[in-house]
Design a protein around this ligand. Structure first.
Ligand SMILES: [Fe+2]
Length: 277
């Protein structure tokens, strides 16, 4: 499978309320991430905006509907349309989530957790092989956030991800907030989780806000909390040249607020690099 080169930039998600800023202004980001499904119809306004954005910034594709854990296999038409977008856009990379979203008869539109069993690992690896073949490139897969676990799990989530990367040659998108959320909800150590991953396969990092509570909910609707920042600061020097971005999907603030958070990430990266040197 193809190699995905590192891209050591800081970026944001491309959201409709910021279209004007990115098309007209000089915004201090190194790349933008799109939600792939919002641009999978050729022609029309979304593609027009994206073509103009692409002239100014490198773009990463991030999908939510591949359903890489589906025991019923992958949707060939979805893969064809995803490939068409990727061939048109020439993105930094194409990512999706380690989860399942549908069966052959029903689409939940939710990123649902998988059982971490050897049988599920076989299904996921077969699907990744097929997806990467269909896309003509290696892909990135993101660690999920979750609120429940299967009683028959045979390995830890990070062991499942490490085996998946080793067997398929895929790369990883490390969502630090998802690790924080799941560590709280399931009672594992976020540091052990990250240390257990093949970090040399990480090409992108997500940072995001969540809703605190007895069960922490991954809402992407507020600023990044101190605990996620602390976790990122602790691990940033282990992540090499992975690109880092802030995910905000709801209650989207003016761009200046997100750029201020990106400045914090930049400062932490630089501090981490100094400590590591
Ligand atoms: Fe994420």
């Amino acid at each position: 499978m193809t190699t995905i080169q590192t891209f050591a930039g800081l970026g944001l998600g491309l959201r409709r309320s910021h279209y004007h800023d990115f098309l007209e202004g000089e915004v201090a980001v190194d790349f933008l991430e799109i939600i792939s499904e919002n641009y999978m119809v050729a022609g029309g306004k979304p593609r027009d905006v994206l073509s103009r954005v692409r002239e100014r910034y490198p773009v990463a594709m991030h999908g939510v509907s591949l359903s890489i854990g589906s025991a019923h296999g992958l949707d060939a038409d979805y893969l064809r349309r995803l490939r068409e977008l990727a061939d048109w856009l020439d993105p930094l990379w194409v990512s999706d989530h380690l989860c399942w979203t549908r069966t052959s008869a029903h689409n939940s539109h939710d990123l649902l957790p998988l059982p971490y069993t050897r049988a599920a690992l076989d299904v996921v690896c077969d699907n990744i092989d097929r997806a990467q073949q269909a896309m003509g490139r290696a892909m990135l897969f993101e660690n999920p956030s979750s609120y429940c676990a299967f009683p028959g799990n045979e390995m830890e989530e990070w062991e499942f991800i490490a085996a998946m990367a080793r067997r398929t040659g895929c790369y990883l998108l490390l969502d630090v907030n998802n690790v924080f959320v799941s560590a709280h909800n399931h009672g594992f150590s976020a540091r052990d989780y990250i240390a257990g991953l093949p970090l040399e396969r990480v090409r992108q990092v997500h940072l995001a806000g969540h809703t605190p509570g007895e069960i922490v909910i991954d809402t992407h609707d507020r600023e990044i909390c101190d605990g996620v920042w602390r976790l990122f600061a602790e691990v940033s020097d282990m992540l090499g040249d992975a690109a880092v971005m802030i995910e905000r999907d709801d209650a989207i603030p003016p761009l200046a607020e997100l750029l201020a958070e990106l400045d914090i990430a930049r400062a932490m990266q630089q501090a981490g690099a100094k400590v590591a040197a």
